[in-house]
Ligand binder design. Structure first.
Ligand code: NAP
Length: 179
């Protein structure tokens, strides 16, 4: 089975994934009357599991909606000691070296992974462990917040495999790592 670590994320025009208060309301700033999911369902159908940072997990738990994932979610955390009762059987705690965490997940037969959360994505990129990034750019300048990208130990080449315009206002690019 081919292993693939993918990012599917929305950023502001200036590259932030959350605003100065950690909020993501701006993600819904473009009118979307028909609830176009901009390829999200198709993407999530193509993955086996999700690996997300503790902050993103807690953000999702705080949304006033049912658990939105149908695939197992592996939550990275050094501080959380237990997954809250209502998420047991859906989410699992993992910690440690990323390569060891990946081996632990592969051993369960899960190979195509959706990597989510700012710190988490940046750490995967630092270790050159991201194969694909689908980035939806919301045309707003937030002026600060949690950045998607920061410094890397070395430059990483990607190629743009697709570019789509949604709602006449939102660009989504799919970048594939050139190895
Ligand atoms: N724009 C979007 O589409 C989008 C998508 C996802 C998230 N977000 C937003 O981004 C924000 C979250 O980003 P974030 O930068 O805080 O990062 P995050 O990656 O969600 O969470 C960071 C936490 O993950 C844990 N972690 C990361 N790597 C680990 C490792 N190897 N071992 C153990 N634990 C590890 C640590 O938790 P501990 O501190 O517990 O050790 C760390 O503090 C939220 O505001 C969320 O709403 C936006």
């Amino acid at each position: 089975m081919n292993k693939k670590n993918s990012v599917f994320i929305a950023t502001s025009l200036d590259g932030y994934i959350a605003d100065k208060n950690g909020g993501v309301d701006w993600l819904h700033s473009i009118p979307n009357p028909d609830n176009d999911d901009m390829g999200y369902l198709e993407f999530t159908n193509s993955i086996d599991a999700i690996v997300m940072g503790r902050t993103t997990f807690e953000t999702v738990c705080g949304f006033d909606v049912d658990w939105p994932y149908t695939k197992p979610v592996f939550v990275l955390s050094n501080t959380l000691h237990e997954i809250p009762q209502s998420y047991k059987g859906k989410a699992y705690l993992v910690k440690g070296k990323l390569t060891e965490i990946l081996e632990e997940i592969y051993a369960k037969g899960l190979f195509r992974l959706y990597i989510d959360g700012g710190t988490t994505i940046r750490n995967f990129l630092k270790a050159d462990l991201i194969d694909e990034m689908i980035i939806t750019t919301i045309p707003v300048l937030l002026g600060g917040g949690i950045p998607l990208f920061t410094e890397l130990p070395k430059s990483l080449d990607f190629e743009c495999a697709a570019a789509k315009l949604f709602l006449g206002k939102v660009v989504q690019n799919r970048f594939v790592r050139r190895r």
